[in-house]
Design a protein around this ligand. Sequence first.
Ligand code: HEC
Ligand code: HEC
Ligand code: HEC
Ligand code: HEC
Ligand code: HEC
Ligand code: HEC
Ligand code: HEC
Ligand code: HEC
Ligand code: HEC
Ligand code: HEC
Length: 335
Amino acid sequence: MNPNRIIKSSLLCVSLAAAVMWLASGSASQSVKPAQIKPASYNAADYVGSEACKDCHEDQFKAYSHTSHAQLAKIGSWKGKVTGCESCHGPGKDHIAEGDPAKIISFKNKSSKETAETCLACHAGKEERNNFRRGEHWRNDIGCTDCHSPHSNTTGMNLASSNVHVTTANAEKPGFSSIRMLKMNDPQLCLSCHSEVKPAFSAPFHHKVLEGAMRCSDCHNPHGGFELKQARLATGGDAACIKCHADKQGPFTYEHAPVKTEGCTACHTPHGSANPRLLRFSAVNQLCLTCHSVAHDVGAVEPSGPQHNQNAQYANCTACHVKIHGSRSSPVFFR
Ligand code: HEC
Ligand code: HEC
Ligand code: HEC
Ligand code: HEC
Ligand code: HEC
Ligand code: HEC
Ligand code: HEC
Ligand code: HEC
Ligand code: HEC
Ligand code: HEC
């Protein structure tokens, strides 16, 4: 690895962090707000309520009635606001009176992105999805309804899920989701488009995603973000990894610089690897020497190379430099 990258990427971190703070200061106080999609000529009498749709669209009504969208009408702050079927489909009065499918907002001929605008009218304010329009999914025309089914596809449950660990209680059948109105469960959903990452999760060392012990969305925000690869790095550092590997975060008296500047992926392949500890190299010394190969001049930007030579005794660097993520007492990470 080119040592200059270390400097560049730490500069990048600083400027990204500044951008995040700037944006957060403008939007952090918002949350999901009552419908903002009233047409210019809003007339309360054009809205008939979801019950009026029930008889002719039983399937949609049944599925929808299990979602949190169906609960909104019962919440105080939504009183007098448009909720239910018409919060997405617009006023239903003329459609019902005339039985004309052209008299209701339909999404049939809309792109995913256009449909997503309807969802974002209510959902954009929440931190988790603030950056949807900055993410790779948006840039590639993937909208809400590519992952979520608008009416839910379930017979019942819309459980709150932990996104930290999948337990038997919230584990699902492959290809089926009962939570978050997802079309399929995570990871099946993600792998249906990202099949190229699947083999890594079967490598000799891997995070147990296919086994159901964790999800793609533990590390990625499917709703986009500033971070490279939409990784979840909420507070800088490596929030996604730290959530489960808190001991690697410190604070340490003696930090190993790349853990903080480049993050965990400077040394680890996150999905899976043929190398133990998910390391980027099969031999630890190869990994270290990608950065520590140069002599250290005072004032130089490169990290120091080891003064000791590279014979067998020194080959396994972490035999001596044990606390490789940082140490509270040893500047060379011995303990
Ligand atoms: C009296 C029966 C009736 C009622 C009540 C009714 N619809 Fe419909 N709706 C239809 C028919 C008929 C169609 C056209 C055939 C089809 O697509 O199923 C239709 C089609 C639709 C479509 C698809 C339009 C398209 O072509 O893409 C939507 C969306 C829709 N209705 C929403 C609603 C909503 C929301 C309500 C309640 C406000 C509602 N309907 C109430 C009969 C009804
Ligand atoms: C959260 C927004 C939202 C709500 C609420 C909603 N719909 Fe829909 N509806 C959609 C979208 C988006 C589609 C297009 C389906 C797609 O692209 O998969 C759709 C499609 C439809 C269709 C066309 C047939 C189909 O299933 O694709 C009908 C009929 C329909 N909705 C009726 C209803 C009724 C009745 C209700 C209330 C019980 C309702 N919708 C509530 C967003 C919504
Ligand atoms: C009228 C405003 C409004 C619109 C339009 C809307 N939503 Fe929602 N939605 C809400 C609110 C409020 C909640 C409940 C609070 C929350 O989870 O953020 C919610 C919850 C959800 C949930 C969580 C469900 C669960 O069971 O945990 C999903 C997923 C969702 N919406 C997706 C969508 C999609 C996809 C669309 C567009 C097709 C959409 N919403 C359109 C207001 C809206
Ligand atoms: C690439 C797939 C994907 C896309 C696109 C997507 N979602 Fe999600 N969404 C998910 C997954 C997976 C979860 C569950 C993750 C979790 O529990 O943290 C989720 C959870 C949610 C939730 C409930 C959890 C929460 O954060 O409150 C809401 C609401 C939601 N999505 C709304 C939306 C809206 C609105 C859009 C479009 C602007 C959208 N999603 C686009 C995959 C997607
Ligand atoms: C409907 C197809 C589809 C689904 C479902 C989907 N994605 Fe994507 N995703 C894409 C496309 C297209 C891109 C942009 C092109 C690319 O990099 O593959 C993308 C980009 C990404 C990226 C950024 C890749 C990069 O190189 O910057 C990540 C990370 C990602 N998706 C994760 C997920 C996760 C996690 C899920 C499940 C919650 C998911 N995706 C579900 C289609 C999808
Ligand atoms: C342990 C955390 C973690 C899990 C679990 C995880 N990812 Fe990733 N993924 C990452 C990180 C971090 C990167 C960035 C890799 C890099 O910078 O070298 C990444 C990169 C990606 C990319 C960009 C292409 C690539 O290979 O670099 C895609 C697409 C992707 N992940 C999809 C997924 C999907 C789909 C799943 C679930 C099957 C998943 N990820 C599970 C952390 C994770
Ligand atoms: C949802 C929790 C979770 C997240 C998030 C997570 N991990 Fe892990 N990780 C685990 C668990 C559990 C294990 C050990 C058990 C196993 O799966 O084999 C593990 C194992 C590891 C190992 C050791 C593998 C070995 O062979 O001993 C490394 C290295 C690792 N993770 C790095 C990371 C990095 C880097 C990230 C962020 C990109 C990350 N983890 C995110 C849960 C997580
Ligand atoms: C400078 C390279 C480097 C960076 C950066 C790095 N690691 Fe490691 N990590 C290693 C090495 C080398 C090992 C194997 C140590 C050994 O030989 O026992 C390891 C081992 C691990 C292990 C498994 C053994 C244990 O101690 O639990 C986990 C989990 C882990 N790292 C997580 C992380 C996380 C999370 C991050 C980001 C906060 C991170 N690593 C950043 C080099 C690094
Ligand atoms: C991604 C680049 C990178 C990798 C890989 C890496 N280091 Fe470092 N390391 C650094 C930087 C930068 C410093 C900060 C000190 C400096 O500027 O000299 C540092 C500092 C150290 C120090 C503290 C002594 C000093 O000169 O400050 C030791 C010891 C060390 N690394 C050992 C290792 C070992 C052993 C490995 C392999 C497990 C390793 N490093 C992998 C970049 C790296
Ligand atoms: C047998 C134990 C041992 C092994 C194995 C070992 N080192 Fe060291 N390392 C040391 C000692 C002792 C020091 C000097 C500590 C001091 O100055 O207090 C040191 C210092 C360093 C330093 C700080 C700069 C310097 O040279 O003083 C770096 C960087 C370093 N080692 C990297 C490595 C790398 C890379 C490897 C693997 C190729 C490695 N070490 C293997 C014992 C070891």
